[in-house]
Design a protein around this ligand. Sequence first.
Ligand SMILES: C[C@](O)(CO)[C@H](O)COP(=O)(O)OP(=O)(O)OC[C@H]1O[C@@H](n2ccc(N)nc2=O)[C@H](O)[C@@H]1O
Ligand SMILES: Nc1ncnc2c1ncn2[C@@H]1O[C@H](COP(=O)(O)OP(=O)(O)OP(=O)(O)O)[C@@H](O)[C@H]1O
Length: 284
Amino acid sequence: MTSLSLMAPAKLNLFLHINAQRADGYHELETLFTFLDFGDELNFTCTQQDDIEIEGDTGAIALEDNLIYKAAVALRPFRSVETGISIKLSKKLPMGGGVGGGSSDAATTLLAINQLWKCNLSHQKLAEIGLKLGADVPVFVNGKTAFAQGVGEKLTAVNLPQRWFCVVFPNVHVSTGAVFTHPDLPRNTPRLTSGWQLANTNNDCEALVKKLYPEVEKTLGWLLKYGPTRMTGTGACCFVELDCATAAQRVLDSLPSCWQGFVAPSTNISPAHTQLDSWLKMQK
Ligand SMILES: C[C@](O)(CO)[C@H](O)COP(=O)(O)OP(=O)(O)OC[C@H]1O[C@@H](n2ccc(N)nc2=O)[C@H](O)[C@@H]1O
Ligand SMILES: Nc1ncnc2c1ncn2[C@@H]1O[C@H](COP(=O)(O)OP(=O)(O)OP(=O)(O)O)[C@@H](O)[C@H]1O
């Protein structure tokens, strides 16, 4: 039976500006996405039974609610083979952590099943399907470090120098929907007219999330002594940017035991795409 293993990498929002709110409630953003070489591991195997199974670290998420399942269901109409799929998930990314784990799992599923079920869909079509599952899915499908506008789906690829990050999960779960519907969220940051250095940008959700979740404020305060820090997405994960693996590991080694974290380099191409390209070469 054909099988394929791919990573679903973490993303960081190096900055996140909220420019406006649309009539449908969604927010117009400007954000700089980078991928990390660290993420969930997914293994896909075609099966004779015509169904979609997920095993492994699914936690409390019901099968029908899992973004992996929803991504597989969305590709079923495009199948040109009569096989089902069995998916094993090894979860490394905190859920609701702002590192995009659910969206990345969904995007990796779209990329893998597109091959295994011979759907033959373009990345653009997969990104359109993915956008219905979450605003962050298109950037993972596209697989390139990007400046994003719109709700996160208008992507301009950019090349950033490799940096090392220590990412800390303060053990509080922040609901993306709750942050975006909060009356105190600033929604009127002017659109950028020049560059995007960490110093002249911001995460517009950070002040509100720090107020609602003091643990996030504590984490950012603790990280600050090691380098420039910021929260990613709507939180709760916070990161510090460093020059090398050794410096990043030093931060992780001194992390208070009440928090969890990981260390990873940034990468301009999503590891899911690099791994898929290698797999495709082996099929020839
Ligand atoms: C904040 C970011 O993490 C930045 O990368 C993303 O834009 C969030 O992406 P996501 O987790 O895939 O979010 P979705 O599942 O699409 O949306 C969750 C909820 O967040 C709000 N939402 C999300 C994205 C956006 N641009 N405006 C919003 O107002 C909506 O209330 C929505 O119901
Ligand atoms: N495979 C999955 N992995 C993680 N979460 C999932 C998955 N499927 C569904 N979900 C649901 O989606 C919610 C958001 O998950 P996710 O880990 O993507 O949040 P996040 O890192 O805050 O994302 P973002 O930064 O895109 O807002 C979770 O709280 C969970 O209920």
